[in-house]
Design a binder for this molecule. Structure first.
Ligand code: FE2
Length: 367
């Protein structure tokens, strides 16, 4: 059997990596895509200082969980005003990077509804114009800087779309833990648990391969060790660096496998119950782990490398770990009853990401 592992993103990692932006631009100009608070926390000023006249424009109205309603006017304006700018630099969490991935692909008639039809699976969207993306994460968890996918929401229609085109891989990921030093505790926790979820989801995954496993096992072990320490010492640069590296490894793992059942469940929990992504995709991990154990001997082996022996006890230990960080792990804790939970998990298994899960569901859900 042969395996393929492919990730074309050039990653630049380490404290001060931000300073590599001018050389990565190599004479090109860039539009900055970031979140509104970047100005107040001094990040925008810092980027202006680093980029100088290579900065061709700033879009700083990125909202959490980008929605097609806000994205449509932003996208059309971007392509009207910046048709000639070659590069987008996305600075922020998953929402900023995902927004940039939607912005980076354009068409000749400047109509967002064609992109939307592509997202909805009604008609293939083939971009005729596209930008180069440099992704600069300010959180440690999303992995979006090393994957081609963007999660786009349509709250009105209660839908979640996944944008995925050959052109939406970032060219560069610039991972600078100094940018993460001022992250609030809640975002540090949510993004760290998102990374843990990416790593585990790439193990109990039909697309797993030995290379993705190597990244995933390291990411799980690192996150279990580092995240609790980081929550105690949020301004410790070394710990920020280790968590950033763990999240990068998790990103490298799921860039080749995609996510699985826990993420499929998370989309419903975010749409219907408003849970932040990192909580929504991590609270079901112990339950999904229980379903995964025993499905395939080779997956059990890798899960044991990641979570330690005995594997039978791993769901209890994982649950204790997540709860020790203040996150509840049962559906009932989020107001979801046993019957609704059962239906949600079955529905999630039929979703695009749910189908990546190695197991079939025949277990009762402990609500
Ligand atoms: Fe995620």
């Amino acid at each position: 059997m042969t395996v393929n592992y492919h990730n074309p993103v050039h990653s630049v990692y380490g404290p001060g990596a931000l300073l590599s932006l001018p050389s990565l631009l190599a004479g090109r100009k860039a539009v900055l895509v970031t979140f509104p608070e970047a100005r107040d926390i001094g990040l925008l000023g810092r980027l202006q200082e680093v980029l100088k006249d290579q900065l061709a424009g700033v879009i700083d109205q990125v909202r959490p969980n980008p929605d097609v309603v806000e994205l449509a006017p932003m996208w059309e304006r971007f392509w009207r005003e910046h048709a000639d700018t070659e590069v987008i630099i996305a600075v922020g969490g998953g929402s900023a990077i995902d927004t940039a991935k939607a912005l980076m692909v354009g068409n000749s008639n400047n109509r967002f509804d064609e992109l939307l039809a592509g997202l909805a699976g009604e008609a293939a969207f083939a971009p005729t114009r596209f930008k180069t993306l440099i992704a600069v994460p300010t959180t440690a968890g999303t992995g979006s800087e090393v994957t081609p996918w963007a999660t786009i929401w349509d709250r009105e229609q209660k839908k979640k779309y996944s944008l995925h085109l050959p052109q939406t891989w970032p060219a560069f990921a610039v991972i600078d833990p100094e940018l993460m030093l001022s992250l609030p505790a809640a975002v540090t926790l949510q993004s760290g648990l998102d990374a843990l979820s990416h790593a585990l989801e790439s193990i109990w995954n039909v697309n797993a391969n030995p290379v993705s496993d190597t990244f995933a096992v390291a990411a799980v072990r690192d996150t279990l060790e580092v995240l609790p320490k980081l929550m105690q010492q949020p301004t410790n640069l070394a710990l920020r660096g280790r968590m950033a590296l763990a999240a990068l490894k998790a990103g490298m793992a799921f860039s080749n496998t995609k996510t699985a059942l826990a993420h499929s469940i998370s989309y419903e929990m975010t749409l219907r119950h408003g849970l932040p992504h990192g909580i929504a995709c991590s609270f079901p991990l112990p339950m999904v782990l229980e379903l995964a154990i025993g499905q395939r001997a080779d997956r059990d082996q890798v899960l044991e490398q990641a979570l330690g022996a005995p594997l039978a006890d791993a769901p209890r230990r994982l649950s204790a770990f997540i709860e020790s960080l203040g996150v509840k792990t049962r559906f009932a804790d989020y107001g979801v009853g046993e019957e609704e939970a059962r239906k949600m998990v079955l529905h999630a298994q039929g979703g695009a990401r749910g189908k990546n899960f190695i197991g079939t569901l025949n277990t009762g859900i402990a609500a």
